[in-house]
Design a binder for this molecule. Structure first.
Ligand code: MN
Length: 240
């Protein structure tokens, strides 16, 4: 029996088997049109595309949201077409129990449902004038789990730096503990029964226009746009 904790530690291995999944099929020029057809829709960005300048450029935000995220939504809609029961679930419900899905849709829901859930969170985890450090209960929990905010930052940065290929690094609640974990592709901590609080997208599409191969600079810049109010609220609600 694999415990939740072991499962999270194995999360990278678990994804390695998926590395052959072609992501090219997720990119479609007609993404926005197709996204409209189905139960899931593309949420608007909670701020203008240039709000995170100079840390994340407007062109990247525009393409990332309007094309990449839209394509995940479109492909999730395609995946659940003809599956009435699945179409009624929330995206989080769909990705929480992948094993229970019909095999024919499992990979598509994992990639596109994961992409939809991850990006919907990602936009909210950032804001203009963000950065700094969390306050209150989350600050205390971070100190307790990592010994200091700086140590947390170091761990999160290290995790994001070491994601091989495409994926995410997260601060997640796992069985009541704060942990830094990474996931490959569009996998979410939710798929491992953990709860994502903060995440950074380290797919090249998230930074390549401005940072090219300098992922480390993008990760450092990300700390200037983190919406700690959103992250703290998520943490407190989950704990309550
Ligand atoms: Mn992305």
């Amino acid at each position: 029996m694999i415990t939740r904790r072991q499962a999270l530690q194995n999360v990278t291995l678990f994804g390695a088997a998926l590395s052959a999944v072609p992501f090219v099929s997720l990119m479609s020029a007609r993404a926005a049109d197709a996204a409209a057809a189905g139960p899931f829709s593309l949420p608007p960005l909670p701020y203008p595309v240039d709000a995170l300048e100079p840390y994340i450029d407007a062109k990247t935000m525009e393409i990332h949201h309007d094309k990449h995220h839209a394509t995940y939504v479109a492909n999730l809609n395609k995946a659940v077409a003809g599956h009435e029961a699945l179409a009624k679930k929330t995206p989080e419900q769909l990705i929480r129990n992948l094993d229970e899905l019909p095999e024919a849709v499992r990979t598509a829901v994992r990639n596109s449902g994961g992409g939809h859930v991850n990006h919907t969170l990602f936009w909210q985890m950032m804001k203009k004038g963000g950065g700094g450090q969390p306050k209150g209960a989350l600050a205390k929990a971070i100190d307790k789990s990592f010994s200091s905010f700086d140590k947390f930052k170091e761990s999160f940065t290290d995790s994001a730096t070491k994601v091989f290929g495409s994926g995410w690094a997260w601060l997640a609640l796992d069985s009541g503990d704060l942990k830094v974990v990474s996931t490959p592709n569009q996998d979410s901590p939710i798929m491992r029964s953990a709860f994502p609080l903060l995440g950074i997208d380290v797919w090249e599409h998230a930074y390549y226009l401005k940072y090219q191969n300098k992922r480390a600079d993008y990760i450092a810049a990300f700390f200037n746009v983190i919406n700690w109010d959103f992250v703290s609220e998520r943490f407190e609600k989950r704990r309550a």
